[in-house]
Ligand binder design. Structure first.
Ligand code: TRP
Length: 358
């Protein structure tokens, strides 16, 4: 069986280093592993509209930003198909058929939907489209017969839902067209989530605590230098906490042993540095300067690649057009099989006319 990846992001903002650590780096790694036959990366604008119906411009503005972020991080359009969700009407059609296979109670139990409803204060007025987005996500995944969905932990209930739909469909329509997807979580579990620069567990645009992949050298430095650290670490000589300390959480995610030799030769590795911080005697300023060096080095090639693609907008649009065209072709084949299985491919079905009895 082919190994096929599908994953994506809602284009509601530029991507930040949390996205990189949580998913982008993993995608690039899987892409370059050569183990996958097909890779689809979707800009989920239709899903973004499920809770932004009144702000389509917010979604619109971020489509090219997200595409550039992908390319900047090393998603290679020769190896991965990048496409725009709403431009593939087949996904909407599949969603419509799948809706009949899922109960309202089942969607209500979805923990991700539950917490997102709370977060958005939707309790009294949940848009139907938003409520149905797990079903639409199952359509995204199955349209490409994806076997693997690299995603964060918060997406696990979505995959569970998708598998249920696959099984219901294949059972009810007596076929084996749809394929059960499997989640792949990032390798390094401790890196699953980066905190905001203010120590908040969630990095979000509205909190203003994100480091964006697009941040220039100066912006990045300012953000790191004003990062929240350990509030009990007042004097340099005081013992400090590294756990829950954003500077160390970022170092955990980004620093390598080589960085120490290059930028902080007082220590061989992060363990030694942490030990000194915890013992007391290592100041936050020094830690931040080191983190700045590490992050500048990490972001430099990403920024450079982004600039290259930014210069050639036509090429960027061409990449998205080609990707979307391919996504339409592939999902159209699945839709056709689905229509056959349900028995609603009327005009391509000889028995529809022949077996017609008055
Ligand atoms: N739910 C994902 C997000 O919030 C985006 C998404 C839409 C997705 N469809 C998908 C992810 C299918 C993986 C597979 O970013």
């Amino acid at each position: 069986m082919s190994k096929i990846i599908l994953t994506g992001d809602r284009p509601t903002g530029r991507l930040h280093v949390g996205h990189y650590v949580g998913s982008l780096s993993e995608r690039v790694r899987l892409q370059n592993s050569g183990l996958y036959d097909e890779i689809y990366i979707m800009i989920a604008d239709a899903q973004a509209l499920t809770d932004n119906a009144e702000h389509p411009e917010k979604v619109r503005q971020n489509i090219l930003q997200v595409a550039l972020d992908y390319l900047a991080c090393g998603i290679d359009p020769e190896k991965s198909t990048i496409f725009i969700q709403s431009m593939v009407p087949e996904l909407t059609e599949l969603t419509f058929y799948y809706m009949n296979l899922v109960t309202v109670a089942r969607v209500q139990r979805n923990p991700t939907v539950k917490s997102e409803i709370k977060m958005r204060n939707f309790e009294a007025s949940i848009p139907v489209g938003f409520f149905c987005y797990p079903i639409s996500q199952a359509a995204d995944i199955t349209a490409f017969k994806a076997t693997v969905v690299p995603a964060g932990e918060d997406q696990l209930p979505m995959l569970e839902q998708a598998r249920e739909i696959v099984n219901s469909f294949n059972r009810i329509y007596k076929c084996d067209i749809l394929v059960e997807p499997e989640a792949v979580l990032p390798d390094n579990a401790s890196c699953n989530r980066l905190v905001g620069t203010d120590g908040n567990t969630k990095m979000s645009k509205s909190l203003g605590n994100c480091i964006y992949l697009k941040d220039d050298e100066k912006t990045l430095k300012n953000k790191i230098m004003s990062m929240y650290t350990d509030p009990t670490h007042i004097n340099v000589s005081d013992p400090g906490h590294t756990e829950g300390n954003p500077v160390f959480i970022y170092l955990d995610a980004f620093s390598k042993d080589e960085d120490f030799a290059k930028y902080f030769p007082d220590y061989k590795n992060l363990a030694e540095m942490k030990e000194h911080y915890e013992r007391g005697g290592l100041g936050d300023m020094k830690c931040k300067k080191f983190l700045n060096n590490v992050m500048q080095e990490f972001l430099a090639p990403i920024r450079a690649r982004r600039e290259e693609y930014e210069k050639d907008k036509e090429q960027l649009i061409e990449i998205l057009k080609k990707g979307t065209q391919r996504a339409i072709e592939v999902s159209n084949e699945t839709v056709s099989e689905i229509r056959n299985a349900i028995g609603i491919n009327y005009f391509n079905d000889k028995t529809f006319i022949d077996k017609f009895v008055l």
